[in-house]
Write a protein that binds this ligand. Structure first.
Ligand code: HEC
Length: 105
């Protein structure tokens, strides 16, 4: 292979990687999660997850522990109230999208 062909092949391989491989969340989902977060979670966990008031910093929540997130949020944990009766499953899922993407949107 000549140099140009190698570069072209590498470029095509890079293009073949779907963007969603890095970030499986839809922007609408992250946005709706951020709205729910601002309404219900920000008072304790801090606006946009910064400066939490006596609650853990959700930017440090392990990204590979979705099940734990869903369970803690729906059922509550110690002094954190349960949200399962107030929020629908897809709203909690959207919150996860927001937290797991680090509140970028
Ligand atoms: C009344 C204050 C308060 C509100 C409002 C609140 N939290 Fe919490 N949250 C806490 C406290 C306190 C903890 C620490 C619980 C512990 O580990 O003892 C916590 C812990 C957590 C954890 C970590 C649970 C774990 O498994 O370690 C997550 C995730 C979380 N909150 C998400 C949320 C989300 C999402 C919302 C909004 C729907 C929310 N919280 C609203 C106070 C709050």
């Amino acid at each position: 292979m000549n140099r140009a062909k190698i570069i072209l092949t590498a470029w095509l391989l890079a293009l073949a990687q779907p963007a969603s491989a890095q970030d499986p969340f839809k922007p609408e989902q992250v946005k709706s999660g951020s709205e729910t977060y601002a309404r219900h979670c920000a008072p304790c966990h801090g606006p946009r997850m910064a400066d939490p008031e006596g609650a853990p910093d959700l930017r440090k929540f392990p990204r590979d522990q979705r099940e734990r997130f869903l369970t803690s949020v729906s059922k509550g944990k110690n002094s954190m109230p349960p949200w399962g009766d107030l929020l629908k499953a897809d709203e909690i899922e959207a919150l996860w999208a927001y937290v797991a993407t680090g509140g970028r949107n």
